[in-house]
Design a protein around this ligand. Structure first.
Ligand code: GGG
Length: 349
């Protein structure tokens, strides 16, 4: 069902919503409470259009990502997505490739009153999102399976450019770290590293470094404050972003964006968490901060300052709620998913 509230002056944005599996429906409903507060208090206007996809959808319809959902997504201004379970390859990986959402942006930032490895962590993982082992080129042969890893110059170049431009937007004295394993994967990661080096030459104000992925995994724990923007290939980015999430309180805290040239899809980094699904205790903050990332993107692409203000209002409200101690059990609190969402909505008000 479409939910909408019109105001006289605001542009209305259509958002395709994939609620997903496990905790997906709960955190999606929580994010709608926050979106409603933005509509009521900040005069923004959204129509939310359901685009079913995932394990439950497959059970119900026989397809994990129905054509009707793809149509809804294509006709929307942006897509907001909860986690999906076993059908991730048929849903999110397929959507990333189908819509050419080449940049997966995964920030990890310490927030107040959240158990963080160290205060002041503020990094962004820029993950190439269309190739690597995620192309799904796996083939059986007599006695085994071979998985093809694709790394191209063009995809490496555009993700490296995205990372350097993001570093520039983050302010003065920023750094980009290319993470790879070129000492072993000489050709594939060798190409990725080489392209990052080349792109770095066009961004002299951003310092550039390289680190092997195993070393990066260790240094994220040893010295998390030394990281700023990490650019890396698809699978390493997926793994390192779970690690980075744990540094700042866990997967319940980290949002993400899948960005293409003219469309974007937003989702929390976490999975469907079936072990806690239906209990009303999932942390909705990753999903709520995901809405803030969506608003940042709408603000930039639609040149709408109101969206940028709304994104800032969400982040300020989340900080306020955490400072006040309204937290779900994963953060040591006792609040439910909906109590956190309602507290964020009230703080926006
Ligand atoms: N480990 C967290 C999780 O399950 N995230 C969802 C996921 O794996 N999505 C596919 C991907 O981002 O590659």
């Amino acid at each position: 069902m479409a939910r909408q509230r019109r105001t006289s002056k605001a542009t209305q944005y259509s958002i395709a919503l994939i609620e997903g599996d496990g905790v997906g429906p709960e955190i999606s409903k929580a994010s709608l409470v926050v979106i409603d507060a933005l509509q009521e208090k900040l005069g923004l206007s959204f129509s939310i259009n359901q685009a079913p996809a995932g394990d439950n959808c497959k059970k119900r319809t026989g397809v994990a990502l129905p054509e009707s959902s793809i149509k809804t997504i294509r006709e929307s201004d942006a897509c907001l997505k909860g986690p999906v379970g076993e059908t991730a390859a048929d849903v999110i990986v397929k959507l990333r490739q189908m819509l050419d959402l080449y940049a997966n942006i995964r920030p990890a930032k310490s927030l107040p009153n959240v158990p963080s490895l160290k205060p002041g962590i503020d990094m962004v993982i820029v993950r190439e999102n269309t190739e690597d082992l995620y192309k799904g080129q796996e083939f059986e042969f007599d006695g085994g399976v071979v998985a093809l890893r694709t790394i191209t110059r063009s995809a490496s170049e555009r993700i490296a450019k995205y990372a350097f431009e993001l570093a520039e937007q983050r302010g003065e004295g920023r750094k980009v770290l290319a993470v790879h394993k070129s000492n072993v994967l000489r050709k594939s990661d060798g190409l990725f590293a080489q392209v990052c080096r080349e792109v770095s030459k066009s961004h002299p104000k951003v310092s550039f470094g390289e680190m092997l992925v195993d070393s990066a995994a260790m240094n994220l724990i040893r010295d998390p404050l030394s990281f700023d923007v990490i650019v890396t290939t698809n699978l390493y980015g997926d793994i390192l972003s779970d690690e980075a999430a744990q540094l700042v309180g866990g997967l319940g805290m980290t949002p993400s964006a899948n960005i293409g040239a003219d469309f974007a899809l937003f989702e929390p980094v976490h999975g469907a968490a079936p072990d806690i699904a239906g209990r009303g205790i999932a942390n909705p903050i990753a999903m709520i901060l995901t809405v803030a990332m969506m608003l940042d993107w709408l603000s930039k692409t639609k040149k709408d300052e109101a969206c940028s203000e709304a994104a800032s209002a969400i982040r300020a409200a989340v900080n306020h709620v955490l400072e006040a101690g309204t937290r779900t059990p994963d953060l040591g609190g006792k609040a439910t998913t909906m109590q956190v969402a309602k507290a964020v909505a009230t703080a926006i008000s």
